[in-house]
Design a protein. Structure first.
Length: 343
């Protein structure tokens, strides 16, 4: 009897061992924006956990969504902006995050929790916050630039880089027409079409991955870019000035989220907790100086980092966020594709 009990206990232990080793994640499939996740952070995570990270990149929310929905590849973590989280939640494409397994969530700025796109903080963990604004090479452009109207002028034709992002571009034209970024209807799109027809032929480079490059190379002298790109330009040379557009500026909150069909959700939770560590989050800020939502990490940043006007805009500028606009997003894509094709 005793022997049987011992054999049973050993068997149970072996089975438990098998079970735990089969559920220990070996890899993490991360689908995130380009120029946003430092290789050092990925390597540090692998070193600490033994989990290999497959990092695939995208350059717009819409590109990410198309790939995710196609089902061609399964991801454990994606990095949507707030309006895309809102859309994914509506479609039941995200799984709830077990907060008990992510204790470092306590480091996140409470002002960034409980927002409209995820009212109960169930599905998303802020990665970085940023704005979209204007960069001017002040050695080349001496006239004052305060808003979009000052950028898109005939005299700057062929000297402008902009994000390759239809939702962004249309929001700039809407702002110029006195509308908010979410006032998207067939009527408002028709109203901004002449503005866009005038603007797009002035653009030399469309680049969402690294719009700083064309400015650094001197290929262009003005840009409408992500704030983190502007911050890197400013660090390179303060002749690159960042301006929040007078007509209205857009703030984005990019977060990590776990798709409902993620093959390794446990690895995703480990990664979330890892990147929320202040010492790790500080490394993200060093490479990609957006506004860090991690208050404990911010305490570790240098005065220079915190004084960069693109990363941490002075004053209390009025910023508006994008909301999910449903099928109108398709109209926006079509409008910009058509206008680009017209040259
Ligand atoms: C990082 C892109 C910034 C994300 N390269 C904009 N939502």
């Amino acid at each position: 009897m005793k022997r049987i009990a011992i054999v049973a206990a050993v068997l149970a232990a072996v089975l438990a061992g098998c079970k735990s080793s089969s559920t220990t994640p070996k890899e993490l499939n991360l689908f995130a924006w380009s120029e946003y996740v430092p290789q050092g952070v990925i390597d540090g995570f692998t070193k600490e956990t033994g989990i290999k990270v497959n990092y695939e990149t995208y350059a717009s929310n819409e590109e990410m969504l198309a790939k995710l929905v196609s089902g061609a590849q399964a991801y454990d973590l994606i990095q949507p902006s707030e309006y895309t989280i809102e859309a994914l939640v509506k479609e039941n494409r995200l799984q709830p995050i077990d907060a008990a397994k992510v204790p470092n969530l306590k480091n996140i700025d409470p002002k960034l929790r409980g927002l409209a796109h995820d009212p109960n903080d169930k599905y998303s963990v802020p990665w970085m916050v940023g704005t979209v604004g204007i960069v001017v090479n002040t050695e080349k452009v001496t006239d004052p630039v305060k808003g979009f109207k000052d950028v898109f002028q005939e005299k700057y034709k062929g000297r402008i880089v902009v994000l390759d992002d239809p939702r962004e571009i249309v929001s700039w034209a809407l702002a110029t027409d006195g509308k908010g970024p979410n006032d998207v209807t067939p009527e408002t799109l028709a109203a901004v079409t002449p503005i866009l027809k005038q603007w797009l032929p002035l653009v030399k480079v469309y680049d969402s991955d690294s719009p700083k490059t064309a400015l650094l190379n001197g290929d262009v002298d003005l840009g409408v870019v992500w704030s983190g790109e502007a911050a890197l330009l400013y660090n390179e040379n303060p002749k690159f000035q960042y301006i929040l557009p007078a007509e209205g500026a857009h703030q984005f909150i990019d977060s990590l989220a776990i798709p409902v069909d993620a093959p390794n959700p446990e690895a995703a939770l480990l990664f979330l907790n890892y990147i929320l560590r202040p010492d790790v989050s500080k490394l993200i800020s060093a490479d990609f100086p957006y506004t860090n939502p991690n208050l404990e990490a911010r305490k570790l940043l240098s005065p220079e980092e915190l004084k960069n006007p693109a990363s941490y805009p002075p004053g209390d500028p009025k910023l508006e966020g994008f909301r999910d606009i449903g099928d109108s997003a398709v109209q926006i894509d079509k409008l910009i594709t058509d206008l680009k094709a017209q040259g």
